[in-house]
Design a protein around this ligand. Structure first.
Ligand code: SF4
Length: 430
């Protein structure tokens, strides 16, 4: 038994309403259940309920035991003073308002459907990865689609909150924020943190001053990334390209006081990465992207479709990095430029969140629609979660579907929030 199950019973009125009475034997009729409240304050707001012969308008608070009211210290909280009904599984203590009057209490333990409770309990006790996996296919597609919509919006909102934090740290500078978010994304999972530290230590404003000179941009990026420090005392083995970058960086580092902003080479990870994803190659591609698109935010926010994004993001690294995966060692074949999957990843994790955050800040749905359109145009990501959904019969065609299904699985299925899921509610209501 959980409080969320009691919310479910009250929200869908799944209890015996014959001769509904409070624990003080007062007549109860629920006219309007109220609105489920996810914020602080009572659980359901703006309910309309007849108690005795008076119609009350106010909140409904739900607890397993009436004594939880005191345990949660609601007696001292002003936002609970308008509670008109205390809905509990078990009444183990009379609860009083500040003025000494008793809060009308309705108990559900003798009114709930036992079969429904068993059904719920068996879902919660299930060891399966998805407690509903045997019934999932029986649920109408429309419920699944509306769940995908709901969870995608939640995912986008959460990502937009992260952008807001970046914006706050960057004094509302969208260009600097876009640069940092993009840098983090260029590092993908393994090197996201050092890429982000690099972007924070090397402001876009400095790079923009050298936007027409790719060598200087590379010197700044590889220099702050720590690759131009003579950590192993092996300068004599360095090739001309690296020595030139080092010379350039020494000058620029003193000009912009970057000497104490450098990362250590050990911060960059290579483990299990394909050479095309080595941080050195990614840094070279990032340098090219900045060289070609110095006004990042304007570029990212105003592009219309995925094809143009792909064209802009598929930057070709400088000549040296077309033949090297790391400094000083010529590759056997040509080093590839950014692949389609990497480009799609950047659109999903950088461009879309920026558009949503911008839409929220400007209160302009146009950018939100653009973000959704981009997700609909991109193919679905392939991973264990999306494959699992496909095996359950869910259609996962676009990035919209894959992003939503990842959110759904991680934030609803894994923590067993089946009562907040359209599919779970449908299964229980049958
Ligand atoms: S959250 Fe929904 S889809 Fe996931 S296991 Fe529960 S009922 Fe099934």
């Amino acid at each position: 038994m959980s409080e969320s199950y009691l919310h479910f019973l009250y929200q869908f009125q799944y209890f015996d309403k014959t001769n509904l009475q409070t624990t003080d034997n007062e007549f109860v009729e629920i006219i309007k259940i109220g609105r489920l409240n996810a914020d602080s304050g009572a659980d359901f707001q703006d309910a309309r309920i007849f108690i005795g012969n008076i119609e009350w308008v106010g909140s409904v608070e739900v607890h397993l035991k009436s004594s939880d009211w005191d345990i949660h210290k609601h007696q001292n909280d002003a936002s609970y003073q308008n509670v008109i009904l205390h809905l509990v599984w078990e009444d183990d203590k009379p609860i009083l308002r500040k003025d000494g009057t008793r809060i009308p209490t309705l108990t559900l333990c003798n009114r709930a459907d036992k079969k429904l409770l068993q059904k719920y309990q068996s879902m919660m006790d299930s060891n399966a990865e998805m407690p509903c996996q045997n019934q999932f296919m029986e649920v109408d597609d429309i419920r699944k689609l509306s769940m995908l919509d709901k969870v995608l919006m939640k995912r986008l909102e959460d990502k937009s909150l992260i952008i807001n934090q970046f914006l706050k740290d960057n004094n509302a500078d969208w260009e600097e924020t876009s640069y940092q978010v993009l840098a983090k994304n260029f590092g993908f999972k393994l090197n996201a943190e050092p890429f982000l530290s690099l972007a924070k230590n090397l402001p876009l404003k400095i790079l923009q001053k050298h936007r027409n000179n790719l060598s200087q941009i590379e010197a700044l990026i590889f220099g702050v990334a720590g690759f131009l420090q003579n950590e192993k005392n092996d300068l004599e083995t360095w090739d001309e390209y690296r020595l030139n970058l080092r010379k350039e960086f020494q000058f620029l580092a003193s000009k912009y006081q970057l000497q104490d902003k450098m990362l250590g080479q050990h911060e960059w990870k290579y483990l299990r990465l394909r050479p095309a994803n080595f941080p050195t190659v990614r840094l070279a591609q990032f340098a090219c992207f900045i060289h070609e698109n110095a006004n990042l935010f304007s570029v990212l926010i105003h592009l219309e479709d995925v094809k143009i994004f792909a064209k802009i993001l598929k930057v070709k690294q400088s000549e040296y990095w077309m033949e090297h995966y790391v400094f000083g060692k010529k590759s056997e074949g040509k080093v590839p430029t950014m692949g389609s999957a990497s480009v799609e990843n950047v659109v999903i994790n950088t461009v879309v969140p920026l558009l949503v955050a911008y839409a929220n800040q400007k209160d302009n749905r146009e950018y939100l629609e653009k973000a959704i359109k981009l997700l609909e145009e991109l193919p679905a990501e392939e991973n264990n979660i999306t494959n699992h959904w496909k095996s359950m019969g869910l259609i996962v065609k676009s990035a919209f579907d894959s992003q939503a299904s990842i959110e759904w699985f991680n934030h609803f299925c894994l923590p067993k929030k089946c009562l907040s899921c359209n599919v779970g509610v449908d299964i229980l209501r049958r």
